[in-house]
Design a protein around this ligand. Structure first.
Ligand code: PEP
Length: 249
């Protein structure tokens, strides 16, 4: 099934988050895609109670690699799992920029998430300078080589890779479908070669995806879904994306 993940970043109070879920939960389109909502940590318990065992899954926007101890401000995989999450975002570029997350940390976070039965959504992407200098494929490979190092094929299969060029996130300037297709093919080949996986790897695209441009990416047929920030905040806009993803547009 295709994946559609809503990254709410630092948006929404608990009341707003519940209103969103109430609006989306009624849609008959649910169940035809893996819909994942990534709210703020504080909203997770209330949303978990609201969605119950329904078709919307929850994920955290980060997860720390240690299970417990003297790590002020961190949240463990066991804690987000207990709160109702099934997914965990790892190394989003905004966390790389604001909180110093890197690929070594991503490696430890992915392992911790997997150990708790969470599905990590591991974010990689090149900056504008890397894109323009032409060395971006090497830079991307360096990212996943570190983060996925030593994972068995079975573990790697449970990791979703989100390709999010840094210059496309929140900029209103998405990558072109052709750029996404090329990179997704290279990531797929690179990860399969590194992990011994034969198939079953899921790759998402993220970066200024909107109802108006999603069809171009879908037409390429090279990705398994989307990680969406800005356009996921409004339930109507999110449902328009979902309609396109499940083939109803
Ligand atoms: C994101 O936050 O992962 C993202 C892709 O944001 P936006 O859709 O707003 O570019």
């Amino acid at each position: 099934m295709p994946v559609l993940a809503a990254n709410w970043k630092l948006h929404k109070t608990t009341a707003e988050a519940i209103a969103w879920v109430d609006a989306v939960q009624a849609s008959p389109l649910l169940g035809r895609a893996d819909v994942v909502v990534l709210p703020g940590f504080l909203q997770i318990p209330a949303l978990s109670a609201r969605i119950g065992h329904g078709p919307i899954a929850l994920g955290s926007q980060d997860v720390f690699w240690e299970e417990s101890g003297a790590f002020t401000g961190m949240v463990s995989a066991a804690q987000v799992r207990e709160a109702g999450c099934r997914y965990a975002l790892v190394a989003h570029s905004e966390r790389r920029r604001c909180a110093g997350d890197d690929d070594r940390g991503a490696h430890a976070r992915i392992r911790a998430a997997l150990a708790q039965g969470l599905t990590p959504i591991y974010c990689i992407g090149e900056g504008l300078r890397e894109r323009e200098s032409g060395g971006f494929q090497r830079a991307l490979k360096a990212q996943y080589d570190v983060a996925l190092d030593g994972l068995s094929a079975e573990q790697a299969q449970r990791v979703i890779v989100a390709y999010e060029p840094v210059w496309a996130i929140g900029s209103g300037q998405p990558a072109t479908p052709q750029q996404v297709g090329e990179v997704a093919a290279a990531i797929r080949a690179g990860v399969l070669a590194r992990t011994g996986l034969r198939e079953g790897m899921r790759i998402l695209y993220g970066g200024s995806v909107q109802p108006q441009n999603i069809q171009g990416f879908l037409a390429q047929g090279t990705i398994d879904g989307f990680l969406v920030g800005g356009a996921s905040l409004d339930p109507e806009e999110f449902l328009a994306l979902l309609k396109a993803v499940v083939g109803g547009a």
